[in-house]
Design a protein around this ligand. Structure first.
Ligand code: CMC
Length: 428
């Protein structure tokens, strides 16, 4: 007999089916709760609420496990290219050589953006945060491809929109940076791979070529893979919920980019470096900042520490920490911020406050140090996260659209005023 959960309300017992995932995760299916009982559930921050049944990414926060379509993150980060991972997430299987070649060829063909979009960039102030520029530009793509406004077109039309977006995001990201410097835009070079082409658009100038260092492009490949999907996090849930209204892919991803921007989510990588710089400038007294983070009267938090779901360790952080050492060694970079980061990690991991709350370094703790070492400016760090997360957002949007999920629309418990008589302005 299949498992059921019983809920007793007002003296009556109701039964609800229990759903078991392929990794034995259990959920009580309360889809019929309100219609059967008149009650809703309250779960602020959705700490216990499953919003969907997804076949893309498996994550076990207690055991520190992360898998894309069943493949361990450690293996994927070691053996794959970002394009293979994008294909895997979006289409469900690792591509054959032919499938990969076709995928890359299609993406490479769409790397240019419409010349008229150049004028949009020029209208932004040079100090504009690139995340603001990126989110607007991605939404603007929908105005150039009006046929993409309908998310339910046939598979080939949907694929074209997906490939366009994957192809154009690096161009938009690099041009947001170039524009902030008031440097000329560099056009994509289609004989380069995805990561090398991005680095070329970021760092080459019309007056000189930029020889892409394989150490840098392989580090970028790994970072993008590690960020590629993370099941129902804040920005992915945003993409799914915006997309559930049947808004187009560009609009849905643009919303995901803005959700990612916040310092509690993708913006943490920028916040970590700013925090490490602050500690460094202050004389490097790590213990002082750990004490501040523990002080409930102080709003300071250790950025790059803690995670909503990882309560043991973040498997991505383990890989990044090692990659960070490798990259800095290979490039011969000595960064005092890395020493501060390591001290901070040591002090925090031995501290009862952090131990009791299961607070460990997350993916963003070391990624900023690598970005800094490879020449990415600090306010572009979250843009790098967005580049990495794009395949995951797309895969989650596609899954939601193809399953025909209903519009996302939570309920609330109203705690405001009960009915009262209107008071005219002279009597207020
Ligand atoms: N420094 C100090 N205390 C912390 C921290 C921190 N970084 N994170 C959590 N705590 C404390 C928090 O004050 C609370 O203590 P208490 O129980 O005494 O009130 C307890 O730990 C639980 O924290 P929470 O805020 O209720 O946990 P949450 O699951 O709602 O938040 C988080 C998760 C990631 C937003 C939070 O840990 C945080 O703000 N971390 C710093 C920002 C950060 O690094 N974000 C990147 C996340 S990884 C990249 C991504 O996927 O977005």
């Amino acid at each position: 007999m299949s498992e059921v959960a019983k809920i007793e309300l007002d003296g009556k017992v109701y039964e609800f089916p229990v759903i078991t995932g392929t990794e034995n995760e259990k959920a009580i299916d309360i889809s019929a709760l309100r219609s059967k009982t008149g009650y809703i559930t309250l779960d602020i921050g959705y700490k216990n609420t499953g919003a969907t049944q997804s076949a893309i990414t498996f994550l076990d926060g207690e055991e520190g496990i992360l898998r894309y379509r069943g493949y361990a993150i450690e293996e994927v980060a070691e053996k794959s290219s970002f394009m293979e991972v994008a294909y895997l997430l979006i289409y469900g299987e690792l591509p054959t050589q032919k499938q990969l070649d076709n995928f890359i060829q299609s993406i490479t063909r769409h790397t240019l953006i419409h010349e008229d979009m150049k004028q949009f960039f020029e209208a932004y102030p040079s100090k504009a945060h690139p995340m603001g520029v990126l989110a607007s530009m991605v939404c603007s793509l929908s105005t150039f491809y009006p046929e993409s406004l309908d998310p339910n077109r046939d598979a080939a039309a949907k694929d074209l929109t997906i490939h366009r977006l994957l192809a154009k995001l690096p161009t938009l990201a690099a041009w947001a940076y170039k524009n902030s410097m008031r440097h000329p835009f560099m056009y994509p070079k289609n004989d380069l791979d995805y990561c090398s082409n991005f680095l070329h658009m970021m760092f080459a100038m019309p007056t000189y070529d930029y020889d892409v260092d394989p150490v840098i492009s392989s580090a970028l490949n790994k970072l993008l893979i590690l960020h590629a999907d993370h099941e129902q996090n804040c920005s992915t849930s945003t993409v799914r919920i915006v997309g559930s209204s049947q808004a187009n892919l560009y609009a849905s991803i643009s919303a995901g980019i803005t959700a990612l921007w916040g310092p509690l989510h993708g913006g943490a990588n920028q916040a970590v470096i700013e925090m490490l710089e602050k500690i460094h400038k202050d004389g490097g007294d790590v213990a002082k900042f750990v004490a501040k983070a523990k002080d409930k009267n102080d709003s300071f938090r250790l950025m790059g520490f803690g995670h909503r779901v990882y309560k043991n360790f973040d498997p991505r952080a383990k890989i990044i920490k090692k990659a960070c050492d490798d990259v800095l060694n290979k490039l011969g970079v000595q960064d005092p911020l890395l020493d501060i980061a390591k001290q901070l990690e040591q002090v925090a991991l031995e501290d009862d406050y952090f131990k009791a709350r299961n607070l460990y370094p997350n993916v963003d703790f070391y990624s900023g140090i690598i970005y800094k070492a490879i020449g990415i400016p600090t306010d572009m760090f979250t843009v790098m996260f967005a580049l990495g997360r794009l395949p995951g957002w797309i895969a989650q949007w596609k899954e939601m659209i193809e399953k025909g999920e209903p519009i996302g629309r939570p309920r609330q418990v109203y705690v405001g005023e009960t009915p009262r008589s209107y008071v005219s302005i002279e009597n207020r």
